[in-house]
Design a binder for this molecule. Structure first.
Ligand SMILES: [Zn+2]
Length: 422
């Protein structure tokens, strides 16, 4: 298979708003999901898998975020929705979210899933047929880019993966996602598999790794390396703070650090677009707050101990020259700025907040309102946002609502379907 003319590159595709939010016991409000998209965009992430276009309660949020794309607020990031690779899902996606432009279509490919999940009712060829029908439908309905996901790819026989990938490519898919759904791969196996896929399918590959064996970031790097060595662009799937199903996904910040700072990697493998690592601390802290999950003390780059030194030899060494005991500086990650913590009287936003407290709160951020009515309208939206998130909104959320009240209104509108049986 002919290699691409240009040197292939590595892109980041964050799936916090899909894999992250489908994590057991966790979730995000629609405003919080929107903030994640905004921070990912600010950071320079190529694409955000921003949600589920076949789920009714996501539809308004997805459409509102696509409006933010049109307004230039979410630019240049690409927003892509995740659906099953079946025609029915494609139709529903375009019905609920008519403006959707980018989709990933997912279907299980392994023997285990054919037997255990589809109970022997489907053959490998059936799977390929369903997938290509779905790709055709998505193209016909206006999808500009389509990724096809081989779920449980790491337990799928390579020959079948190649056949699956070739069929996806033939029908116009732009990328094939190799999913190590169970975190079963190791850096050596995933390198070989993805290199072979790149060479034999000749399509850009996504690498989607889970941390069940503690190797999500390492496997992502190895998979991307295999893809580039095989002559194709690689798209690493990440989540903020590694939050994802079970043991989680490849952590966004750790992946960026590993690409940029690990031995020799950045010299030979290039990122497709520059990443602003300075947004790292902000996005990690926001996700931690929004998910209500603490950042582990020893989290790479953003954990409380990532730049803490206590032992005599290390402290002495790092004071003489930080590079003695630090691979990178805290400043690179946007850390080191003093944090404002209120220790006296606090006025915070809540579901039952009143106008005086709200104007005071916004005034502290230098936001003033022309009229009492205007302030009242924004306060109303803030109250609704509180109903969804159950916690005081952060400054960026309040500023977002004040700046884009009509978008906020859409994000906060949840209308359950009418029950047929009532
Ligand atoms: Zn996953």
């Amino acid at each position: 298979m002919a290699k691409k003319e240009q040197t292939p590159k590595i892109y980041l595709l964050d799936v916090t708003n899909r894999d992250g939010v489908q994590t057991a016991k966790l979730g995000l409000s629609k405003l919080e999901k929107t903030m994640i998209n905004i921070y990912l965009n600010e950071m320079g992430i190529f694409q955000s898998e921003f949600g589920f276009p076949t789920t009714r309660h996501e539809a308004r949020y997805l459409e509102a975020n696509l409006e933010l794309v049109k307004m230039g607020v979410l630019k240049p990031i690409r927003l892509e929705g995740w659906i099953r690779a079946i025609v029915e899902d494609v139709k529903t996606a375009f019905k609920f979210v008519p403006n959707i432009k980018h989709l990933n279509l997912s279907i299980s490919t392994s023997e285990q899933m054919l037997k255990g999940k589809f109970r022997g009712k489907k053959t490998g060829d059936d799977i390929i047929k369903e997938m290509t029908n779905a790709v055709d439908a998505a193209k016909a309905m206006g999808a500009e880019s389509i990724g096809v996901n081989a779920e449980d790819g790491s337990r799928t026989e390579l020959g079948f993966l190649v056949k699956f990938g070739l069929a996806a490519k033939e029908h116009g898919a732009a990328r094939l996602r190799y999913c190590d759904t169970l975190g079963y791969d190791n850096p050596f196996t995933i390198y070989e598999t993805m290199k072979a896929l790149a060479e034999n399918v000749g399509i850009a590959l996504e690498v989607h790794c889970h941390g069940d064996l503690g190797m999500a970031v390492a496997n992502s790097l190895a998979g991307a390396k295999g893809t580039v060595d095989g002559g194709q662009d690689a798209y690493i799937n990440t989540t903020v703070n590694g939050i994802g199903e079970r043991a989680g996904n490849a952590d966004l910040v750790a992946t960026v650090l590993a690409m940029n700072k690990s031995k020799g990697f950045a010299k030979n493998y290039q990122l497709g677009n520059p990443i602003k690592l300075a947004v790292a601390a902000k996005i990690a802290e926001f996700a931690s707050y929004a998910f209500d999950v603490d950042i582990p003390l020893n989290q790479p780059g953003v954990g409380a101990n990532a730049f803490a030194h206590a032992s005599g030899i290390h402290a002495d060494g790092v004071l003489k020259d930080p590079e003695n005991y630090e691979l990178y500086s805290y400043k690179d990650l946007g850390r080191g700025k003093p944090k404002f913590v209120e220790t006296g009287r606090e006025i915070i936003s809540g579901q039952y907040s009143g106008i005086a407290g709200f104007r005071h709160l916004m005034g502290k951020m230098n936001v003033s309102f022309g009229t009492r009515e205007e302030a009242g309208d924004i306060l109303e939206l803030v109250r609704y946002a509180n109903v969804q998130s159950h916690k005081p909104l952060v400054e960026d959320e309040l500023l977002f609502i004040a700046k884009y009240p009509l978008i906020a209104q859409k994000l906060l509108t949840l209308t359950p379907l009418v029950l047929e049986t009532m």
